[in-house]
Design a protein around this ligand. Sequence first.
Ligand SMILES: Cc1ncc(COP(=O)(O)O)c(C=O)c1O
Length: 497
Amino acid sequence: MTATLSPADQADGLDVLALFQAREAERYSLASRHMNQAMAQVLRTIGFDVGFVRGEGPYLYDRAGRRYLDLLSGWGVFGVGRNHPSVARRLSEVLSAQLPGMVQMDTPALAGLLAEALLRRAPYLQKVHFVNSGSEAVEAAIKLARRATGRAGIVYCEHAFHGLTSGALSLNGEAIFRDGFGPLLPGCESVPFNDLPALERALSSRQAAAFIVEPIQGHTVRVAADDYLPAAHGLCRKYGSLLIVDEVQTGLGRTGKFLAVDHWGVEPDMVLISKTLSGGFVPVAAVLARKSLFDKVYDRMERAVVLGSTFAGNDLAMAAGLATLDVIDAEGLTENAARLGRRLIAAFQAMASRYELLADVRGKGLMIGIELGKPRSPALRASWGLLEAANKGLFTQAITIPLLKDERIVVQVAGHASYAIKLLPALTISNDDCAWIERSFESVIAAAHRPAGPIWAVGKALAGNALRPSALQPPVSSKARRNSGRASRSGRRATAQ
Ligand SMILES: Cc1ncc(COP(=O)(O)O)c(C=O)c1O
């Protein structure tokens, strides 16, 4: 470690980097013992227990120094890549400047400046509320909408993902996340995504404070249909509900525009952003909103504290946000995402015309879903059916394993029991990286079309694992095991967020 040690550090000899180097290889047993044992087991089962030791730009490096292309980018956190030097430098400058952050009885200057910079990019909104995570942004948006409209209900979409805190979970469109955590917020109602008549039916009771929607659903990578968001906004206006667009994943250049809603020219009442805004360093999220909503929430001085959180707007998070916006502009990352997204989608569409296992390719910019589908040829159908019987979407999971092991591509299935693989790389990737992605998928997908090929063997091994009673569960009777089989199988799947 090169940093100067303080007297306190010298006294106790703490050297965090030395500690990392000495013990990082224990990470999975540490997780099993002290943290989420299911996650450690999932990673070992699917062979994702690589143990990365370094990250730079869109790449990860293993202990042998081998380079991997990371198409997960920390579930979208590393929009500007890992450890971006200008973001890192600006954060170090702020750290050494001893700024008076989190005074609390003060309004932080850097937060005001980041709010100003964000609103310049969404000029139809006038106010910003900072929080520390995407889920917290959703919680704040629920409160803003309820207070501003005097209504309790929130309409959300099937398969939506808005986070896992209790309020956000009430708007989650997947049972796997909700089960066992109820009762959740009353008055929340789901509608199918891209279904305007269903949305109109839900809003027409005039009970809904808001409709919340992702322009591209993170867990299905389904893109809003051309008329969906403009018409949804019209319906919200007609029935007195607010439109909240959750851009936690799609915002800040990811889809080839600063906000994904910019593709449709929609001006929502609230926009939620996070992930990329952190620069990959400091958790941060923001609710961008109309002034009229703030006027309702902060209508007298004693209410000045009704929204807020101790760490919200801290100087490091705000500096990360300012530095990230600067990098996005200076490096033309939004344009890069648009250009390389077009290239990748075209390449995968061409591949889909050659390979029966590729059912659909969709997305915008560098948020791309590649959906696998039931093959037509009898030999492939039989193997596919075997894997499906063990666990829905298992073949999709199987494909990610040779991508990691043979091609050094880090990628995951888009959501629980999903057939889609989601590509969510750093916005800094190059043409060479795109060639790497195209070559790797071509090779793995081609191999999957050989019925006796190794990918089916990988899939069958996974299926065997999925059907074995879970090592995570205490011993249970055979009857109970039969009944709980579905639940324990689902515990083995790691899904992207
Ligand atoms: C669209 C969307 N909203 C909200 C969230 C929740 O964000 P966080 O995990 O920071 O709480 C996520 C996380 O993946 C997301 O993709």
